[in-house]
Design a protein around this ligand. Structure first.
Ligand SMILES: Nc1ncnc2c1ncn2[C@@H]1O[C@H](COP(=O)(O)OP(=O)(O)OP(=O)(O)O)[C@@H](O)[C@H]1O
Ligand SMILES: [Mg+2]
Length: 491
């Protein structure tokens, strides 16, 4: 149902217009002045505002400005008591849909409101159209329109059907994993397995048997034959993620596989032929690692047949709002209660100025966090992480901070990487630092880490977040209050 907000300081006028528009089947809300109206605009989705121009305090023109800034999807119709063309023209210039002079025929008002609603509808269709256009700036799950990303898209398309080994490089959070996935999905192997192994996450002995497999009895605990990932990925793609962390002793073995397309499981005598497309990813400068003796040069050249180097987000500011809108759309699509429509211009400004050391992942998290805490329809700067609000004055600190106090660590969890926060929350609880530990505080910190993560995953819906954690809504809200995190109304 279309929602109309009527604003007039004169009660009889408000009532008359409200009755007339309710007859048309609209959901009508009224406000006696501009202040109340602006709060309503922030709190709920309003399709059309019908407002008097002359009101004490925030007048109709002020309200119009406010609406354009904070609720861009809303159309505004102004009513003037005398045909003051000057203020009417000013109103149109500022983006009002139309103005209507008092006294007016109620049918004229109804018709004007009807047309304004049509335009609001068109506007949202335009938005759809824009979204369709923007899908051209898309390969797989990657979006971007900067020249740097368009080059990446082009490379992905051209490399997808080949067998060439590709080294994907770029800072953390720039989308390397998505690129690997896109190369696989766009290519002839897309129906076959896509397997990623993180070379940093495993001790060397395990890594070898994970990659190559092992024979039963080849070492203690090997109580059956195990197929390695090179074989499991047969016909498909194997991604060696964080290849820069591959232990030195493993490097000649991997080199042999790349050269001969054969693997020998640990403890086996025979080799198996493999048919796998290899992709490797790293956020390190492998060439330098090789020059400095930390990575085998021959392996580097073998992997680096073609390199896709992802630009950092600060090198492609054209993509920032495209990505931010995309992340917000995903949040709204996943939560039917969400009323979020966009970002305030202050937020856009800050987004463009901030250097994003954590790149796209950090932007995603910033949008998620702001969406979680935003009580209105437009994301405001106050809900951004401190680092972003500071406009980059603290850039870099968030990523590589040294030891921190419990409180600032909690702050970082809230403000920084939500994924990292959850990982931290799951850390080994059995380690007691030498200087002792405040268990209550420690547990509270872990709880808040999970709550923030759950809130983000629930798109900010507190009831859902509470359910995810098996907490009652009441106690969830209680702890949220304690953290000072309960912005807006409890949903
Ligand atoms: N161009 C993009 N379009 C949409 N989402 C993106 C884009 N680039 C990155 N992302 C998102 O940002 C996050 C980080 O991306 P990804 O995991 O691919 O980064 P990465 O370069 O592999 O980082 P790391 O070096 O830390 O492993 C993911 O949630 C991903 O979906
Ligand atoms: Mg990655």
């Amino acid at each position: 149902m279309s929602r109309i907000l009527i604003v007039d300081d004169e009660q009889s006028m408000r009532q008359m217009v409200a009755i007339a528009l309710r007859q048309e089947g609209y959901d009508v809300v009224i406000a006696e002045d501009g202040e109340v109206a602006s709060r309503e605009l922030q709190a709920s989705k309003v399709d059309v505002v019908v407002s008097d121009i002359k009101m004490p305090g925030l007048n109709g023109i002020d309200l119009l400005r406010f609406a354009r800034e904070n609720s861009p999807a809303t159309e505004v119709i102004l009513m003037t008591a005398y045909t003051s063309t000057e203020s009417a023209i000013e109103a149109l210039r500022l983006g009002a849909y139309d103005y209507i002079s008092k006294p007016f025929e109620i049918d004229d008002l109804k018709a004007t409101v009807g047309r304004a609603l049509e335009r609001a509808e068109l506007r949202s269709q335009n938005k759809l159209l824009r979204r369709q256009l923007s899908t051209r700036h898309k390969v797989g799950d990657l979006i971007g329109r900067s020249p740097g990303m368009l080059r990446v898209f082009d490379l992905i398309q051209r490399l997808a059907d080949s067998e060439i080994t590709v080294l994907i490089t770029g800072e953390s959070g720039t989308g390397k994993e998505l690129v690997a996935r896109a190369i696989h999905n766009e290519g002839v192997r897309s129906a076959e397995p896509f397997i990623t192994i993180n070379c940093a996450a495993m001790p060397p002995q395990l890594l070898e048997s994970e990659l190559f497999g092992h024979m039963r009895g080849s070492f203690t605990g090997a109580d059956r034959d195990k197929q390695g990932l090179f074989v499991a990925a047969a016909g498909g793609t194997l991604v060696l993620d964080e290849i820069g962390e591959l232990p030195m002793e493993m490097q000649p073995k991997l080199l042999r596989v790349l050269e001969d397309h054969k693997v020998r499981p640990v403890g086996a005598t025979a080799e198996t032929h493999i048919d796998v497309r290899i992709l490797a990813a790293t956020n390190r400068d492998l060439q330098r690692e090789a020059a400095e003796g930390r990575f085998r040069e021959d392996l580097f050249y073998r992997l680096n047949v073609i390199q896709i180097d992802l630009p950092s987000l600060r090198e492609r500011t054209e993509d920032i709002m495209l990505l931010a809108d995309h992340f917000l759309e995903n949040i709204v699509a996943a939560d039917e209660e969400s009323v979020l429509t966009g970002f305030s211009s202050e937020v856009k400004d800050l987004f463009l100025r901030y250097p994003w050391p954590g790149n796209v992942r950090e932007l995603d998290n910033a949008v998620r966090r702001a969406a979680t805490f935003e009580g209105g329809t437009v994301i405001q700067a106050e809900n951004l992480p401190d680092s972003v609000r500071a406009g980059g004055a603290q850039a870099g600190k968030t990523l590589n901070a040294g030891p921190r106090t419990g409180e600032s660590r909690l702050q970082d969890q809230m403000l920084g990487d939500l994924d990292a926060a959850a990982a931290g929350a799951g850390a080994d609880p059995a380690i007691i630092p030498d200087e002792g530990l405040d268990l209550e505080e420690h547990l509270a910190e872990i709880r808040s880490g999970y709550m923030i993560k759950a809130l983000a995953e629930a798109g900010g819906v507190q009831k859902k977040a509470a359910a995810k954690l098996g907490m009652s809504f009441r106690s969830f809200r209680y702890y949220l209050d304690k953290l000072g995190l309960r912005g807006g109304e409890g949903s």
